[in-house]
Design a protein around this ligand. Structure first.
Ligand SMILES: Cc1cc2nc3c(=O)[nH]c(=O)nc-3n(C[C@H](O)[C@H](O)[C@H](O)COP(=O)(O)O)c2cc1C
Length: 345
């Protein structure tokens, strides 16, 4: 089975004459293209009539690198934004209730897919960007972001209590590079981290429905075949920290997303903001990738909060710029992430 087929979804195939259930299933083909930590895709979509419940799938956690499920909820927040963007692009009214049931911490959101009109709403350019967006880990060129791109990305990101801070000064970049190096080394020194990461790395790009294709994280052929073994066995931290330092210096822009509080609702909002940032960047021809190890190690996360004008709890570090085209990553088939409630219309 080729788990890359999911990227071939086209707006022209929207099932106009079909019932609401088929239309919602079509919208979910866009939601599953959201990014997630280690490509775990930790979400379930329960269709309940005209509503979609987004449920955190706690069977797909990363206990070592994400012990509080913080990045898991960020990923679910990104899927929520992708679903909302697709629904609005096809003219549906959308209303969202985040964490609607106090007794159910896994119920991230209920998205009501309301009446459909022929008028598209939302931001069509963000919808168009869903199928071409990728995490781009290549070295970026020297070209700077245009002020228009920079402010569009910042505006898209800073909403609902999420703050975007650019790391511009040389000093701040040097400090950030140092912290990222520390985080890389701390993670790879830990056998449990290496075991967890290696279990999510796949030699081949399309043969598994989830996880990180080795090539996408820098293991070119023939090393891709032994990547899981190499990661599990050796401490690759020193080498990785050198690569990441170079990536920081070569990035046109670096942005930190932070929040005033550090609860699941803040993480889901961060996912919303992340998705808006990534789709806006893509619509402007700007590539993005992450340097999030610094937020995954407690000590470096704490120190990151003191760099430049970063405030509150750092949630994500993104680098932005112009890289070389990269291939898409696989997704789980839609059927394995959807549940249809019997009363679905
Ligand atoms: C919360 C979160 C944290 C992430 N952290 C990292 C990271 O530290 N390094 C990295 O290379 N990619 C990171 N990623 C990117 C994922 O690995 C990527 O989204 C996933 O492999 C799917 O690939 P795609 O984004 O190209 O669709 C992160 C993604 C999310 C949502």
């Amino acid at each position: 089975m080729n788990y890359l087929d999911c990227w071939d979804v086209s707006a022209n195939d929207f099932p106009t004459g079909c019932d609401k259930l088929e239309q919602i299933k079509f919208l979910l083909r866009y939601a599953i293209l959201a990014p997630s930590n280690h490509n775990t895709q930790p979400w379930l979509f329960e269709v309940r009539g005209g509503e979609v419940a987004i449920i955190a799938d706690r069977t797909r956690t990363l206990p070592v690198s994400d012990p509080d499920d913080r990045e898991l909820f960020i990923s679910c927040g990104a899927a929520l934004f992708f679903l909302e963007t697709a629904a609005r692009a096809f003219g549906f009214d959308v209303s969202i209730r985040r964490f609607p049931q106090q007794h159910d911490p896994d119920l991230v959101a209920v998205v009501e897919i309301g009446k459909r009109s022929t008028k598209r709403s939302g931001r069509p350019e963000l919808f168009e960007a869903i199928t071409s967006r990728r995490t781009n880990r290549s070295k970026f060129s020297d070209n700077q972001l245009s002020p228009a791109s920079e402010s569009a990305i910042e505006a898209a990101t800073s909403a609902n209590g999420v703050r975007a801070t650019w790391i511009n000064s040389r000093n701040d970049r040097v400090t950030l590079a140092h912290l990222i190096g520390l985080a890389d080394r701390a993670q790879f020194e830990d056998r449990a981290f290496r075991k967890e990461l290696s279990s999510w790395v796949n030699p081949d790009r399309a043969s598994e429905p989830d996880g990180l294709p080795a090539k996408s994280i820098g293991f070119d052929s023939p090393w891709n075949y032994v990547a899981p073994l190499l990661i599990r066995t050796f401490d690759l931290g020193p080498g990785k920290s050198r690569i990441d330092e170079a990536l920081i210096q070569s990035s046109a822009a670096i942005m930190v997303l932070s929040t005033g509080f550090d609860k699941p609702i803040d993480w889901v909002r961060t996912g919303d903001a992340l998705a808006a940032a990534l789709l806006t960047a893509e619509s402007q021809g700007v590539n993005a990738s992450y340097l999030n190890q610094v937020c995954e190690v407690e000590d470096t996360r704490f120190r990151l909060a003191k760099i430049g004008t970063v405030q509150g709890y750092p949630q994500l570090v993104l680098r932005l710029g112009y890289g070389i085209p990269v291939a898409p990553t696989p997704r789980r088939p839609l059927d394995s992430v959807i549940r249809i409630r019997a009363d679905a219309a």
